[in-house]
Design a binder for this molecule. Structure first.
Ligand code: SF4
Ligand code: ZN
Length: 410
């Protein structure tokens, strides 16, 4: 193949075969733009898209453009076991990058070990001083994931399948898997590999560019017809429909109205969709909840995961500050009260959960709630039992069963 960039290669792959086909870098005669070695194991690309072998990629400097530093993520893992079966989301996660340019202020990812224990790597590969403080300003791609995933799936003999995770693979929990064209290309390749292998996939994104892959999703839906459940479900985070309020604490993410349009389009193509209302803001009213649920029902969303905001962690202070800086004083004040007054937080959480239940029922949308353990502790026995039941339930989705025997170490 003559010299191509990574972007040209992935775009060419879109037109190759049918939607569940893809061109694989390791099967083409592609060479490193720096040392001319053929790419056979791991690879990456420069910011402008020239292919790099792994050795050259590891010695390549990070590039900063428009305040975002881009680099290569050296993570070895391809598909990682996940504890998100506790939320009935998945058993595995594929993170297509480290970092997330959406930079949501309440994001819990920068306080997880995925970032806190990798400070050395972030400093070395992306000149990041503090993975937590600088969250939103760095993005390390994992370009070779689709190629490596194919190899991993070929070697797999068993698959983690917990009762609540059902062997599902989620893209992504630690970043937004469609935040830009390059992450979207990695995601497309991974989804194709998983669906071809008969493994159910859950997408979660705030980016409307997810609709670019509607052809892959509809092909997955067709393939699901001969399975015992869905091979793909696509969801977006839509906690609130007020673009200005959301922009205040999700500064880099597309606005919710764009997310609604994307889900509508996917629904029109017969793709099963869901919404994550996580977290809902204390300024939202009962009427806001009714409008949200009537919108979801109208665009064909049949499932909502709901979670009130959790005032733990350093990021909560950043959320309050961001709301204040954006002139959303009422939101800032309410968030501050939630932080300092536990009783108020518990009553806000209960109110929002009951509204979600009420309007889910009214508009025919299933609701799967994630009540916080501290809220459960602070209510009477009867309600506590009910909330514990909700917390440990299985989401009302039907996923295809992975074609591997369940692993014993689930
Ligand atoms: S989109 Fe998700 S991963 Fe990215 S910053 Fe927002 S909450 Fe965090
Ligand atoms: Zn090289």
């Amino acid at each position: 193949m003559p010299t191509v960039t990574l972007d040209e290669f992935r775009e060419r792959s879109r037109d190759y075969g049918d939607s569940l086909d893809r061109l694989d870098v390791f099967e083409e005669d592609i060479t490193c733009s720096s040392c001319s070695d053929r790419l056979t194991e791991r690879f990456s690309a420069t910011m402008s898209g020239e292919f790099l072998c792994w050795e050259c990629a590891m010695s390549h400097d990070a590039v900063t453009e428009r305040d975002i530093t881009h680099s290569t993520d050296p993570t070895k893992a391809v598909v990682g076991k996940s504890g998100l079966n506790e939320k009935s989301l998945c058993d595995y996660v594929i993170n297509v990058a480290t970092g997330c340019t959406h930079g949501c202020k309440f994001c819990y990812v920068p306080s997880t070990p995925n970032i806190t224990t990798r400070q050395g790597m972030l400093a070395e590969h992306a000149d990041v001083e503090s993975g937590q403080r600088d969250w939103g300003s760095y993005l390390l791609y994992r370009d070779d994931l689709p190629e490596r995933l194919r190899g991993v799936l070929n070697r797999k003999r068993t698959w983690k399948q917990t009762p609540r995770g059902r062997g599902v693979v989620m893209l992504s929990s630690g970043t937004d898997c469609y935040q830009d064209r390059r992450t979207g290309q990695i995601t497309r390749g991974c989804v194709i590999e998983l669906v071809r292998a008969g493994i159910p996939v859950r997408i979660l994104t705030r980016s409307p560019s997810v609709v670019r892959d509607v052809d892959v999703f509809t092909a997955a839906v067709e393939k699901s017809e001969s399975s015992d459940g869905d091979l793909v479900r696509v969801g977006s985070s839509i906690p609130c429909l007020d673009d200005d309020v959301v922009r205040a604490i999700e500064p880099g993410a597309p606005v919710p109205s764009a997310r609604v349009r994307a889900l509508r389009t996917l629904g029109e193509h017969g793709v099963p969709t869901y919404v994550s209302m996580s977290p809902t803001y204390p300024t939202q009213t009962r009427q806001d909840f009714e409008t949200l649920f009537s919108t979801f029902s109208e665009i064909g969303v049949d499932l909502v995961f709901h979670e009130p905001i959790n005032p733990r962690g350093g990021n909560f202070n950043m959320t309050i500050e961001a709301a204040r800086d954006a002139g959303e004083d009422v939101l800032a004040e309410q968030l501050q009260r939630i932080k300092s007054d536990q009783e108020y937080w518990v009553s806000y959480s209960l109110k929002h959960m009951s509204w979600a239940e009420e309007f889910g029922e009214k508009y025919g949308v299933d609701v799967h709630t994630w009540p916080d353990a501290r809220v459960i502790k602070n209510v009477d026995d009867e309600l506590s039992r009910e909330l514990r039941g909700q917390k440990s339930s299985v989401s009302p989705e039907t996923f295809a069963t992975p074609p591997f025997p369940a692993s014993k170490t689930t």
